[in-house]
Design a protein around this ligand. Structure first.
Ligand SMILES: O=C(O)C(=O)C[C@H](O)[C@H](O)CO
Length: 302
């Protein structure tokens, strides 16, 4: 059955090392990466749209062309005169990535300013994805605009998927970060956290503790990603474990969680059970981390 997926957040210009002093330019951002991978694995009768704000400058034009070139719709994207996309650089150390950001005045920070536009995009969609980064970049009043629309979507039975994707540097206080991430989970019907982050920032003592905490917030379904240790699925009353897929050499972990999310949502939205969907998504994520950058071409994936 045909459907529409909407992913909401920030896509940035991505810079990564290309040998010597050279940097290679790309475009990426957690929710954009999720849209990219969802598009790769959804059937053609599904549409995938990205919701963000960009500027009216040439790099914003390039960003839109890049998204369209990968089948990600840009018709809902807001354009804001005088702003530009944010920028980030990937640093690699033994395959593990860290990021530098130049994004504090990015256009995407204004993505939820126009509540009517946001509502129209959400109402037109069946599956909506957002993340803790989406929430982190918004002014407080716009967080509420976004979350109230997502709560409406959840109440109407849509699949609202939230990856907490915790980035402490994007928040001015740890307390506000935890409170807003929890509000994000309340607005979602599916939460897809990374266990490491949850231990570090919420102090969870075990997988069960993380699942119980999100359950208490009213999230029916949880997909807890724990890197090489696999995935725990909590759907309804059932908790099951799916092993991670085999990886020869980790090259760059950027987008491991995002690619998992995109592939998982693509399968779940088209009727797969959570277990096979997670098994497939784990294979995709395993392939992604054996290549550089956030967006790995289709022919290098399962
Ligand atoms: O930090 C962000 O906002 C990013 O989205 C950067 C990366 O693309 C993303 O986090 C990879 O998971």
């Amino acid at each position: 059955m045909a459907g529409r997926l909407l992913s909401i957040g920030e896509c940035m210009v991505e810079l990564r090392q290309a040998g010597g002093d050279l940097l290679r330019k790309g475009f990426a951002g957690d929710t954009f990466n999720t849209a990219y991978y969802a598009r790769l694995f959804l059937p053609a009768d599904w549409s995938v749209d990205y919701f963000t704000a960009v500027g009216t400058d040439p790099i914003s034009d390039e960003l839109l062309a890049f998204a369209e070139g990968h089948g990600v719709g840009t018709g809902r994207i807001v354009r804001i005169e005088g702003r530009s996309p944010g920028l980030y650089m990937i640093h690699l150390k033994d395959g593990e990535r860290s990021f530098s950001y130049w994004r504090s005045a990015s256009a995407a920070r204004l993505l939820a300013r126009d509540g009517d536009r946001l509502r129209a995009a959400i109402e037109a969609s069946d599956v909506i994805a957002f993340s803790g980064i989406t929430l982190a970049i918004l002014p407080a009043e716009d967080v509420e605009t976004l979350l109230s629309e997502l709560r409406r979507a959840k109440a109407s039975g849509k699949l609202v998927a939230f990856d907490p994707n915790i980035r402490p540097r994007l928040w001015d206080s740890a307390e506000r970060m935890r409170a807003t991430i929890s509000d994000g989970a309340r607005a979602a019907s599916l939460v897809m956290p990374g266990f490491d982050d949850e231990v570090t920032h919420f102090g969870d003592a075990s997988i069960d503790a993380t699942i119980d905490r999100y359950r208490m917030l009213g999230t029916a379904n949880i997909v807890l990603k724990d890197g090489g240790n696999g995935i725990t699925l909590a759907f309804g009353d059932e908790r099951t474990h799916v092993p991670s897929a085999k990886v020869e050499t980790i090259v760059d972990t950027t987008s491991a969680g995002d690619s998992f999310n995109g592939a998982f949502l693509a399968r779940l939205a088209t009727g797969a059970d959570p277990q096979p969907a997670a098994r497939f998504a784990a294979e995709v994520a395993a392939a992604v981390i054996q290549h550089h950058g956030a967006l790995v071409p289709r022919h290098k994936l399962p």
